[in-house]
Design a protein around this ligand. Structure first.
Ligand code: IPM
Ligand code: MG
Length: 355
């Protein structure tokens, strides 16, 4: 078995953090004698600059033929500042999700005790926080009909969900809960939205097949408060596309650094792994970006490919590094390591702890 891995470094700090992830991948695959091919593709602002499209067809074809996709980051400020720009880097992201059918976005919110003091929350609130958000990624208001009235003075976006769309991610989230602390919270706005009532209906039905999982239902505004007041309450959060977008950003900061958080976007035939952080263009090329999120995303990819023991080794290495204080400047401005130095440390650790 040889794994075909598509790598899309993207914009800003994306290429630098991906480079470190690939170094580690290489070490692990060599130790295990697992064969793999890496093929690089373009996405985001670099793709627009070179081809005029944020997601060239060649990249899409490459991803379709791959067993998994590892991505850096997408986005450049020159497009954010121009509301009339016709082509934007983010379109590449939305299109790749839709075209590859990546309907479940999985974002683990893991805290590390050595980083707790970097959290904006009190340390006692952050202790033992460990939950995973399952965000629906290819439906809802992101992809519903949208438009303007003829004179441009009115605009609309439509939120639409089918039972099938809710069902497939619900099953995935329940199965994940069974492997964890067996608790699932559906986050919605069922007091107002018809789509949320459909979500509740389906989740109530699905929950009958998972009797060992305790389910509760929370309105998104209340959930936003709870994530701050009692984040340790959550185990699995299941939610629709836009609520998931918002609460995953909220949740990411309580860990102390968004630079630590990996994510997976999974569909029936393909999966894409990327750090939660953005392209941070101001930091590009300076060798200061935190590579842990990219490294951990690569670990999630190995788990998806059936190589969970290698993912475990990555996580052990990351834990060991954090214990030693091997962190980049946004975590510890006084004693910090560069992107490549963090990579060096992890490579060394994996080589010494390979057997
Ligand atoms: C994310 C991002 C994207 C989203 C943007 C860049 C399109 O915020 O992955 O959460 O809104 O889904
Ligand atoms: Mg977001």
């Amino acid at each position: 078995m040889r794994y075909n891995i598509a790598v899309l470094p993207g914009d800003g700090i994306g290429p630098e953090v991906i480079e470190q992830a690939l170094r580690l991948l290489h070490v692990l695959m060599q130790h295990e004698k697992v064969g793999y091919n890496i093929s690089e593709g373009l996405i985001g602002a670099v793709a627009i600059d070179q081809t005029g499209s944020a997601l060239p067809d060649a990249t899409l074809d490459l991803c379709r033929e791959s067993d998994a996709v590892l991505m850096g980051a997408v986005g450049h400020p020159k497009y954010d500042l121009d509301p009339s720009a016709k082509i934007r880097p983010e379109q590449g992201l939305l299109r790749i999700r839709k075209e590859l059918g990546l309907y479940a976005n999985i974002r683990p919110i893991t805290t590390y005790s050595v980083l707790n003091q970097a959290s904006p929350l009190k340390e006692r609130l952050v202790r033992n926080v460990d939950f995973v958000v399952y965000r629906e990624l290819t439906g809802g208001i992101y992809f519903g009909d949208k438009g303007r009235s003829n004179d441009g003075s009115e605009a609309f976006d439509t939120c639409k969900y089918s039972a099938g769309e809710v069902l497939r991610i619900s099953h995935m989230a329940f199965r994940a809960a069974q492997k964890r602390r067996k608790k699932l919270t559906l986050v919605d706005k069922a007091n107002i939205l018809e789509t949320s009532r459909l979500w509740r209906e389906i989740v109530q039905k699905v929950s009958k097949e998972y009797q060992d999982v305790q389910v509760d239902y929370m309105f998104v505004d209340a959930a936003a408060m709870r994530i701050i007041q009692q984040p340790a309450y959550f185990d699995i959060i299941l939610t629709e596309n836009m609520f998931g977008d918002i609460i995953t950003d909220e949740a990411s900061v309580i860990t102390g650094s968004i630079g630590m958080l990996p994510s997976a976007s999974v569909g029936s035939n393909n999966a894409l792994f990327e750090p939660v952080h953005g392209s941070y263009p101001e930091g590009a090329g300076k060798n200061l970006a935190n590579p842990y999120a990219a490294v951990l995303s690569m670990g999630m990819m190995l788990e998806y490919l059936g190589l969970s023991s290698l993912d475990q080794r990555i996580r052990n290495a990351v834990n060991a590094a954090l214990q030693e204080g091997i962190v980049t400047a946004e975590i510890n401005p006084d004693r910090n390591y560069t992107t490549t130095q963090v990579g060096d440390w992890l490579v060394e650790f994996l080589e010494q702890n390979s057997r």
